[in-house]
Design a protein around this ligand. Sequence first.
Ligand code: UDX
Ligand code: ADP
Length: 465
Amino acid sequence: MKIKSICCIGAGYVGGPTMAVIAKKCPQIKVTVVDINEARIAAWNDEDVNNIPVYEPGLGEVVAEARGRNLFFSTDVDGAIDEADMVFISVNTPTKTYGEGKGLAADLKWIELCARQIARVATNDKIVVEKSTLPVRTASTIKSILNHTGSGVNFQILSNPEFLAEGTAVDDLMSPDRVLIGGDQTPEGLNAIQALVDVYAEWVPRDRILTTNVWSSELSKLTANAFLAQRVSSINSLSELCEHTEADINEVARAIGSDSRIGPKFLKASVGFGGSCFQKDILNLVYISRSYGLDEVADYWEQVIKMNDHQKRRFAKKIIRSLYNTVNGKKIALLGWAFKKDTNDTRESAAIYVSDHLLFEQANISVYDPKVKEEQVFVDMDYLNTRSSEENRKYIEVVNDPYEACKGAHAIAVMTEWDEFKAYDWQRIYDNMLKPAHVFDGRNILDREKLKNIGFQVYAIGSAG
Ligand code: UDX
Ligand code: ADP
């Protein structure tokens, strides 16, 4: 079967970039991305591609090329589902905030709504692809809903997890390490797998397209993220040990990363990992393991999260301790709010938790991030629900100029590894701060010696200095 028309439900960080690249690489396929969020769709349709809702290097160009040709953004969810041969589900699956599995399991409400909508609307056979990160066995839920419509329409369910990392999404999509497609091992299932393989084969070498059964595909996604997060927690755990010894975490990371079995990537000590996936996926893994009575397995992975929480807390405590155990009324500048550089995504960003901790101590926080909007900072803080929205606005300010953020501050905390931070005029920043002026480099990106020579007190994750 040759796919002619694709619909993607969910125009977020995954759906938007993925569909833009499919549309670019497959001009013969009509790709329609739909969302119930009208403002988001309007932003994707903004004439000026600088205003699309997801910031990713290179994405604007891809959208500009394909949009209006074979890439469309729309709020007509029903119409797009009906027209498509293949429907991707790419809606958000946050961790549950209520009921059974609260704080651990993924909330599948949105997925189920999508499945019901597809079931209601479809008038011809369709391949449904789960693209969101989902707990193992979600495909069976979707299948069960779709197969009980009584409409005579046949559905094949595929799992096609996304491995793109934010900030490098376009490159990751254009030349992926691998594409993973899981489906039923029946003749119909294998046909559906082949149809999706043919889409990716337009630009991905065939040997990088892996096919498996559905469950392996679903579990592989959780496992990949758990392994990556585990590396970060492992190096972060040792960063604390380094701070108590003469070892330096950057040197340790380089030394172990040179072992080809370990490899150099994902060994950068930091204030803690963030992002929408790592924590959620591990919590899912923990939840699933516990539900099968596998407590040792669950405990093992849970420790990765505990270590990450510890790292964020310890960073905030370090700031407070260094400022003579009180930050009450002191201005602290946060450089960066996004969970990593080159994205405007702030979900689970360490900056949120560090700020929360500092606000408990009644600090005044000034935030600068090159891509995150002021309102997002307050949305994130209000979402924590630890204090009123008025209080958040009273103690946090968000500014458009980094020099303004640092002016009159006692300390600067680097929360995101944006490249531009390295190029600042640090002498000028120092001259306008209260003394002693502190820098807490939560990303190990600044030139420590240079800052010390200027006069800063410098703390960098993972070194005693
Ligand atoms: C991750 C996976 O990499 C991707 O394959 C999956 O599809 C989605 O989840 P993402 O969350 O976008 O991608 O970013 P990633 O680059 O993995 O970084 C996650 C977090 O770990 C960030 O906060 C980052 O700053 C942190 N990190 C990463 C470190 O602290 N140190 C490192 O060495 C690497
Ligand atoms: P991700 O990082 O997984 O892409 P996002 O939150 O960025 O997550 O995007 C998910 C998108 O899915 C949101 O824009 C949301 O409005 C959309 N969405 C959720 N449920 C539905 C639904 N039933 N129909 C259409 N869009 C939906």
